[in-house]
Design a binder for this molecule. Structure first.
Ligand SMILES: C[S@@+](CC[C@H](N)C(=O)[O-])C[C@H]1O[C@@H](n2cnc3c(N)ncnc32)[C@H](O)[C@@H]1O
Length: 217
């Protein structure tokens, strides 16, 4: 899968991609990430990517013409990271992981000119809070999408039973030590009866979801 990220701060993203599972997926060629600096598409000598808002107000707005030029040669689903966009979920991640190419556009400063919304295919918010830029949201999308691409995780089944797949939080997981500060691992997990363990896990996942996230059900 190809992911192109349009940003004013490519180094911020580059350093985060150089670790763990994503780094491995990049080295194996399962995932290809291209960073495009939006500033390369300016036409004036100051390389201005933003300007003051019409009608007054604080902050600077990223220009539609610069972003449009940066998008000109890009083929694939164009997604603006945007707190006003549709809430990102595991199901969105799954849909995106099946595409050949996605293009993520990171806003910054006070945001983007409203007309940018009409030159993209989708707007995604990672939650109801405002960050300084779209770089962290883009990394959230990259990370959650990448681990769903076949071959990225060493055990693909790890994405089948985890939280939100299906609409349940994951069942409780334990590892050693068996006993820690008076808290012990449930006996059923140590008994070796796989049918009973599977049943227990489903019950626990349902119980947890009902108490913590009844909205998911
Ligand atoms: C400071 S924010 C702009 C917020 C904008 N003034 C507003 O109130 O909607 C700058 C950029 O950060 C990114 N951003 C901030 N919060 C985000 C979120 N929750 N989800 C996705 N992107 C976000 C977007 O790319 C946005 O253009």
């Amino acid at each position: 899968m190809n992911i192109t990220i349009l940003t004013l701060f490519p180094d911020m993203i580059r350093s985060a991609l150089n670790h763990s599972i994503i780094k491995r997926a990049l080295s194996a060629g399962i995932l290809k990430i291209t960073l495009v600096n939006i500033r390369d598409f300016t036409t004036d000598s100051y390389k201005s990517v933003d300007d003051h808002p019409y009608g007054g107000g604080v902050g600077m707005i990223m220009r539609v013409d610069v972003i449009d030029r940066a998008l000109q040669n890009q083929r694939g689903k164009k997604i603006l990271l945007d707190p006003q966009g549709k809430q990102f979920t595991q199901s969105t991640a799954r849909k995106l992981s099946k595409l050949e190419t996605i293009i993520l556009i990171c806003g910054h400063y006070e945001g983007v000119d409203e007309r940018v919304r009409s030159i993209v295919d989708e707007q995604i918010s990672i939650g109801d809070y405002v960050l300084t830029g779209g770089e962290i949201p883009a990394l959230v999308v990259v990370d959650s999408v990448a681990r769903l691409i076949p071959g990225v995780l060493s055990k693909e089944e790890a994405t089948i039973h985890e939280s939100f797949s299906p609409k349940l939080l994951e069942y409780p997981q334990y590892t050693r030590p068996d006993e820690y500060k008076g808290m012990s691992v449930p006996d059923i997990l140590k008994g070796g009866n796989h049918a009973q363990i599977a049943k227990w896990r489903i019950e626990q996942a349902k119980k947890k979801t009902l108490s913590r996230r009844p909205d998911l059900g």
